[in-house]
Write a protein that binds this ligand. Structure first.
Ligand SMILES: [Zn+2]
Length: 331
């Protein structure tokens, strides 16, 4: 699932292609956007796109006349930019959710279930946007706002809090595992128990690793560490030294050697959200896989024994668990 750095790259792509250009056609297939466009026919056509930006995992476009569009990928969405007369523009794809065409480019949104349009301040019109915490890619990152929002639920684990988009916007499952590893932090540690040094580490590492992932197409290790993994078959799963196999310190590296100590990376399910279902009255638990090194991170759970990978190829489920990708953390 795309996290803040990936959505920022999409926003860059759209901003480069659309900003300053006049919209020739504007179409949408999501119900909310279709209804709005039916009531405001031709609202976007002939208007200039002012800018496109990302806030966490949300993408927002501002259009002349106080108009806006907003998308959220959830699991599978993706914006593409092509020439306005490209094959994709001529033959409509059933996965298409929106298309914005100018004289110079066409931006096509595929598969994303969330696409809205409106007029006025998008932060007032879209509740999910108004609740977002500081963007992890903001320069400078608003560490005070981040820590203040973190403190609002002191009884929550830090592993759960980092996924909450109202605490910091843009962290998903790979960034949270990498941030906690970088801070040598127990994912099950309660937010209210964090000391000053731990809070300082989070405030520094959240923006640093997010910026690194943005600059390196999602990679959270420096180039030298990528090269080390590419050169040593025992440090990665794939028999091939593909770049995607050498991207992270712990994320999806279960049972591979830690890159810092002699132990092995482990995975556990961690409770990240809990709520009472309105209809059934039952408590619903949402869990995500957390990856960690039990030696580098003083975990308060008993980790499963490591099963060193070496030349054994493990079941796919260990490093590409469908559970890990299916449900977005979106609120
Ligand atoms: Zn370690």
């Amino acid at each position: 699932m795309p996290e803040g750095p990936e959505v920022q790259r999409s926003a860059d792509l759209l901003d480069d292609a659309l900003a300053g250009h006049t919209i020739r056609t504007f179409e949408a297939r999501t119900t909310a956007a279709r209804e709005w466009l039916a009531e405001h026919e031709g609202a976007f056509e002939g208007k200039r796109v002012e800018r496109v930006w990302a806030h966490g995992k949300h993408l927002v476009g501002q259009v002349e006349g106080d108009l806006f569009f907003h998308s959220h990928y959830l699991m599978w969405g993706r914006w593409h930019v092509v020439a306005p007369d490209a094959e994709e523009v001529v033959t409509k794809d059933r996965r298409e959710r929106a298309r914005i065409v100018t004289d110079d480019a066409a931006a096509l949104l595929y598969s994303a279930p969330k696409f809205d349009v409106g007029q006025g301040d998008p932060y007032a019109g879209i509740p999910a946007l108004s609740r977002l915490g500081p963007d992890v890619l903001d320069e400078p990152f608003d560490a005070d706002a981040f820590l203040g929002r973190l403190d609002q639920e002191p009884d929550r684990t830090v592993g759960a809090a980092l996924l909450d988009q109202t605490v910091a916007a843009g962290i998903g499952n790979y960034l949270r595992a990498e941030i906690l590893y970088a801070c040598r932090m127990d994912p099950w540690r309660l937010v209210g128990e964090l000391d000053g040094a731990e809070r300082g580490c989070l405030a520094e590492t959240v923006p640093r690793l997010s910026q690194m992932a943005y600059a390196q197409s999602g990679r959270t290790v420096p180039e030298a560490v990528q090269a080390k993994m590419a050169a040593d078959r025992d440090l990665r799963y794939s028999p091939h030294a593909h770049a995607w196999n050498t991207r992270h310190w712990v994320f999806r590296r279960t049972n591979l050697p830690c890159l810092t100590c002699d132990d092995y990376v482990r995975q556990e399910h961690q409770l990240t959200r809990e709520w009472v279902d309105d209809e059934s009255g039952e408590t619903v638990e949402k869990k995500r896989i957390i990856y960690f090194c039990p030696t580098c991170q003083p975990v308060s759970v008993e980790p499963k024994p490591a099963r060193p990978h070496k030349d054994r190829r493990p079941p796919d489920s260990e490093w590409a668990s469908p559970d890990d990708e299916r449900d977005p953390e979106d609120r």
